[in-house]
Ligand binder design. Structure first.
Ligand SMILES: [Zn+2]
Length: 272
């Protein structure tokens, strides 16, 4: 059974970069008659807003990208993440370092106990040196480092669960079979596979899509204020995203018909 998902962070409106991820995962699911879920990755509530979540959902609907089931919100799933942390306890420890002290690649100095007299609130997991191999459906066999950033954070000092933890728990709990997402997350995959192993979850299949960039070569993101998608011009945006994904053009029509044609001719085996 194919089950895919689109998991945006409600930190801004839907833009072209996130539309590409949404469309790619939607078509990959629908082309094989699979289910497609939407989940709000709002673990970091300080950066997320309800109005963005509703705007993203409204735009998806306007584009004919209808999802199955209820939209889950990570902010309402703390008990699941807590249970996972409980299972991971043999490999985790509390760290008292500030973000600055920890640096880009944390050296694990709190493994043997946090510095005396300091509050240790950040929960980290020991990252093994061994790489993880996985097959990406577009990019082929990948070897990824689990320890690229050293022992990584599962819950930060403000009590927010990390993306790595939440995404692994949610994908398993929602029985996702296929993760289709942007190539910027390729690097995080080995860490996520490591967590899946420790938690006894099944592996998922991965398809990392090419990343949409602006004229200057920067990844399109809410941070650099990529233009919001206007669903009133849905057909144009869908045509543009299909072109970006290297798909054959579809007849210009209302979004639902364009999506039906696009999923019938979806081909993820890029020539590149
Ligand atoms: Zn530390």
């Amino acid at each position: 059974v194919y089950r895919g998902r689109f998991a945006p962070s409600p930190t801004g409106h839907l833009h072209f970069g996130s539309l590409v991820a949404a469309l790619g995962s939607y078509l990959d699911a629908r082309s094989v008659g699979g289910e497609w879920l939407v989940r709000m990755e709002d673990v970091d509530l300080s950066r997320c807003r309800d109005e963005y979540a509703s705007s993203i959902l409204r735009t998806l609907e306007g584009l004919g990208l209808h999802w199955d089931g209820a939209v889950e919100k990570q902010s309402e799933r703390s008990s699941l993440y807590n249970a996972a942390l409980e299972s991971l306890r043999p490999w985790t420890y509390l760290c008292s370092c500030t973000r600055r002290e920890a640096g880009e690649v944390y050296d694990g100095r709190c493994r043997a106990g946090a510095a005396l007299g300091r509050q240790a609130k950040t929960l980290r997991i020991e990252a093994p040196k061994e790489h993880r191999e996985f097959e990406d459906r577009r990019l082929g066999v990948q070897r990824g480092s689990v320890a690229a950033a050293g022992d990584f954070v599962l819950r930060n000092s403000e009590g927010h669960y990390s993306y790595q933890l939440a995404v692994v728990v949610d994908d398993a709990e929602q029985r996702i079979s296929d993760v289709v997402r942007g190539e910027d997350l390729l690097e995080a995959t080995a860490r996520q596979i490591y967590l899946q192993e420790l938690l006894g979850y099944p592996r998922v299949r991965y398809l990392h899509l090419p990343l949409a960039r602006d004229a200057a070569g920067q990844k399109l993101s809410k941070q650099n204020r990529a233009d919001p998608i206007d669903a009133r011009h849905g057909g144009c945006w869908i045509a543009e995203a299909l072109r970006f994904l290297g798909q054959r053009p579809v007849t210009f029509d209302e979004p639902a018909r364009m999506l039906a044609q696009a999923s019938a001719q979806w081909n993820w085996q890029w020539n590149s």
